[in-house]
Design a protein around this ligand. Structure first.
Ligand code: NDP
Ligand code: 8X3
Length: 256
């Protein structure tokens, strides 16, 4: 990895109770970052905080709130002691995989409110300080679903296309400053993502990764860390990363 440009930085990771966010928290703790971790499940945040403090001696603060709640996002950011150097907008989810003519409308609301509006609320609250300090980095978690659309994914794909658009516009809005704006766009990663998508039908979730080797959260955490750890003049816009057995959303090779 070379030079450590993360040590002592204040890093906020949303959705740190599971999967990519949790793996990213562990990796940034290893590098000596001060962590601000969020999610709705407080017990998981507390357990992770204890682990990271004990193993790495870093400062960790945790905040349990729902990113869909704008007031909660405002209280969170206004209540922080210091500023955020790196914001990893990771909290997100898919709900359902039904066709647009059959899907549950409340699943659409959940995905749009979390993946788009939650990410926007936090960006709106954190970006002004970064602009003022002329420093900082916003890293959004996009998806293969932000680069192509698949059947049964109309709204999830729409939200991740929105993340791509927001990332690109944010970069342009901050043009001429030293604030960096990036995105990481993974294909299939085995986390709790599919369990959440299929409402804890774990058999259905397991089918998603059957016979193929998916990415794991650590693979994406390493890319997020790499993106954050580039020299200050380097702005990675997007890293689109797939498992070797995946070539598009619908082309997934499976061993018998
Ligand atoms: P997980 O389900 O394992 O983790 C999702 C995280 O998001 C959890 O920590 C969860 O915390 C948090 N979260 C969800 N909704 C909210 C909310 N309303 N408020 C606050 N936090 C919330 O999935 P992944 O780690 O896989 O997902 C992380 C990101 O990666 C998502 O944006 C996802 O879309 C994206 N992604 C995932 C891929 C995959 O194949 N797994 C591929 C491409 C992108 P809690 O429930 O405690 O609130
Ligand atoms: C998650 C990957 O292919 O299930 O963003 O949409 S996919």
């Amino acid at each position: 990895m070379g030079a450590n440009r993360i040590n002592g930085k204040s890093v906020c990771i949303t959705g740190a109770t599971s999967g990519i966010g949790k793996a990213t928290a562990r990796l940034f703790a290893e590098e000596g970052a001060s962590l601000i971790l969020t999610g709705r499940r407080k017990t998981r945040l507390d357990t992770l905080s204890d682990e990271l403090k004990q193993n790495h001696g870093v400062a960790v603060s945790v905040y349990d709130f729902d990113v869909r709640n704008q007031e909660a996002c405002i209280s969170f950011v206004n209540g922080l002691d210091g500023s955020i150097d790196i914001l990893v907008n990771n909290a997100g989810l898919a709900k359902g995989a039904d066709s647009v003519y059959a899907a549950d409308v409340s699943d659409w609301e959940t995905m749009i409110d979390t993946n788009v509006k939650g990410l926007l609320y936090l960006t709106r609250l954190v970006a002004p300080g970064m602009k003022e300090r002329n420093a900082g980095h916003i890293i959004n978690i996009g998806s293969i679903a932000g680069h192509e659309s698949y059947p049964g994914g109309s709204v999830y794909c729409a939200t991740k296309h929105a993340v791509k658009a927001i990332t690109e516009s944010t970069k342009k809005d901050l043009h001429g400053t030293r604030v960096r704006v990036s995105m990481v766009s993974p294909g299939l990663v085995e986390t709790e993502f599919s369990n959440v998508r299929f409402n804890d039908d774990n058999e259905k979730a397991d089918q998603v990764y059957k016979g193929m080797q998916p990415l794991v959260a650590q693979d994406i955490a390493e890319i997020i860390l790499f993106t954050a750890n580039r020299p200050a003049h380097v702005n990675i816009m997007d890293t689109f990363v797939l498992p070797v057995y995946q070539s598009s959303s619908q082309m997934v090779h499976r061993d018998e």
